[in-house]
Design a protein around this ligand. Sequence first.
Ligand code: ZN
Length: 652
Amino acid sequence: MTGYPFSAVVGHDDLKLALLLNAVSPAIGGVLVRGEKGTAKSTVVRSLAALLPEVAVVAGCRFSCDPAAPDPSCPDGPHESGLSPRTRPARLAELPVGASEDRVAGSLDLERALTEGVKAFEPGLLAAAHRGVLYVDEVNLLHDHLVDLLLDAAAMGVAHVEREGVSVRHAARFLLVGTMNPEEGELRPQLLDRFGLAVEVRASRDPAERAEVVRRRLAFDAGPAGFAAAYADGERDLALRIVAARDRLPGVALPDAALRGITAVCAAFDVEGMRADLVMARTAVALAAWEGRDEVTSDDVRAAARLALPHRRRRDPFDDPHDDRGHGLDEERLEQALRETGDTPDDAPDDGPDDGPDDEGPGGGSASGGDAGEGGGSGGAAGSPPVQPGAPYRTRLLAPEAAGRGGPAGRRGRTTGESGRTVGARVPAGRLRLLDLPATLAAAAPHQRGRGRTGSGLVLRRDDLREAVREGRESNLVLFCVDASGSMAARARMRAVKGAVLSLLLDAYQRRDKVGLVTFRGEDATVALPPTSSVELASGRLARLATGGRTPLAAGLHRAERVLAAERLRDPRRRALLVVVTDGRHTFGPDPADVARRLAGVASVVVDCEHGPVRLGLAGRLAAALGGTAIRLEELAADHLAAVVRDVRRVA
Ligand SMILES: [Zn+2]
């Protein structure tokens, strides 16, 4: 199948540059691509693999060993030296959001390991991606556990699968690229930081450029092969340039002045740890190599800062994703930091590279223009001043009374994939995953004489094997969907809600529950707090919430529906509770009845905020449509909600 050529992509200069620099120097640590839907970010990522040099592999090795230096721990090894190598194109392995851990890390056949003494290992995506690209679309929707696993492998260059003491490891060095739409939920900040570079992608606002995008897409769809042929030269040039830059890379010098610039910039932007400095240095060096130079210049440092720092700034990581779009680094601060290093480094002798094909070179052009009055919908500008969160109070909300509170739900097991405590043993139905050793021994023991055991080892048969039965931990998601319209009443409402959110998080902390907040006001709904377990992040984010305007109730419910759907993908075992805080009125947008009906499968509580002498009882009707319960606002600030929620649970 012919893919869309990389060199045919219009615009997206930052993204292309970030990918190419990683292709030159995989040590940079991958790229996170953030952007709204429909910005062709997947197309650009997928087109990268075609530019990468072919790799020489040991014939027959499923782990893509390099014949020159085969992996000593290769499960298909050991490989004899001097075997017939063959070359194949570099791969792009794509990780689907719903992938199981076995699919990602590979799976070990414990049965054969125990009964036949063979390490039978089925390679996963980490093996497929070795020496190529691993692409995760919607990386923010991936289960946290899988993201950890990916980033660990990416950082160490090794995949490690362990089951009950039987372990397999193999090399897994790949360029990790994740794409995400921040509106569907944020990536945990500590994961954000582990991607080397991050770029924001947005559709061009330039009509001529948009027209060119459409023209090329239509031409490609009409005849992919012909289209690809037209760009074959561009593709070949880029591929050659990658090879040349890789060769040049080890010889590129990083002068002291440039290094001081890097550290000054990192210090000025108050980034955590040293990772940013290292990534910036590697990026600047790769850029010099890419541009055909042997020394890093101040421009390389600037470009590296723009790619390596935006996701590491120690600002509020939970800033509204809407405010986040397209804004890169504070350029003035960048320049100031560079100036302050004293020796404002070289304004490079401007002879530049003329050996490379630099007209399509995606070098540092500033594609992202200012975006002053953009999409000024849901900002905080016109609303009432921010209100402080109400003081948290204790709730017992959602304390699951069912079993499964066993053990501190702390560190995840490396690749066992199950959590919770062992509650029994059984004959495995499918593949054995979690061995229950005592039960297995007990099953095998009576037959040892009959099986003619003579030595010291136990004679195990397949039907002796027992697997542990574990009970998953209880974890919940409480999503508030709150009317932030109006003025005085809205502020009281927000105070109550903020108090409830923080209390829930304080209480939920040990159980790793998540709490999120959707607000609706004006013409739209916003994810004011993407589902999180972090008290710090929530209180930062809740410190300033805008209120005022009209009441688009349906938009609020719709946004809540999307957040719940995304969270369901991310962690299907998490139970969701929707808490709608409203008086039931809607003064803008469609009637909420339809979306309320769609949400009827979710456990819900409607907190009725109606007040005044004449009451319409609309919140009660909404609760009925949702199939939930209604309580009064006063009850939100009390343990009462906990009882209601438990009742809801019991019924559900
Ligand atoms: Zn091998």
